[in-house]
Write a protein that binds this ligand. Structure first.
Ligand SMILES: [Fe+2]
Length: 208
């Protein structure tokens, strides 16, 4: 059985490219330290899991489940997050880049602003560490806003369209306890082209 080797994906923009909404210092630490740690720990856990499978060691397999869930989720979620951000001065950062998705958003939430208000309410209401997501149900095609705790990823019938990291490490060095300013600012740097691709199920937009 081959042992998986996950790697840190390169960012498609410079660390300071999302300023002033997310500082270069936050991006550098978040990507090169936090995400790298999830990747390293996921590689260690999956390698040990392979050994446990080969040895038919069910106790060891069970013992590794939390590490795989936490670090695998951390790797998936951050990979999605980097790709659904873009510098504010690019065409990707304009909602007009997501024609079909914004149509569906208006149909569901009344307007783009109505959607933003609802999403921000959910993000700011999240307790502890976790993520806020715009998702599409693959069976019903319906949009929804959901949260996941810690590093739990969106799984099953739900496809992630947009993910927002609500861990303190995502904003604290710049915004301190002012979570609302982080959440307000992030609308300027959403990569709507990526979001449209995920909404339409375009290949290459949803790695992992
Ligand atoms: Fe994070």
């Amino acid at each position: 059985m081959a042992v998986a080797n996950f790697t840190l994906p390169a960012l498609p923009y410079a660390y300071d490219a999302l300023e002033p909404y997310i500082s270069g210092q936050i991006m550098q630490i978040h990507h090169s330290k936090h995400h790298q740690t999830y990747v390293n720990n996921l590689n260690a856990a999956t390698a040990n899991h392979v050994k446990a499978l080969q040895g038919n060691d069910v106790r060891a397999q069970i013992n590794l489940q939390q590490a795989i869930k936490f670090n695998g989720g951390g790797h998936i979620n951050h990979s999605l997050f980097w790709a659904n951000l873009a510098p504010a001065n690019t065409s990707q950062a304009k909602p007009e880049s997501a024609e079909k998705l914004t149509e569906a958003i208006s149909a569901k939430y009344g307007s783009y602003d109505g959607f933003k208000d609802e999403f921000m309410g959910v993000l700011l209401g999240l307790q502890g560490s976790g993520w806020g997501w715009l998702v599409k149900d693959k069976k019903t095609e319906q949009l929804d806003i959901v949260t996941t705790k810690d590093q739990d990823p969106v799984v099953g019938d739900l496809a992630p369209i947009l993910g927002i990291d609500m861990w303190e490490h995502a904003y604290y060095l710049q915004y301190f306890n002012d979570k609302a300013s982080y959440v307000n600012g992030i609308w300027n740097i959403i990569n709507w082209e990526t979001a449209e691709g995920r909404f339409l199920g375009r290949s290459g937009t949803l790695e992992l």
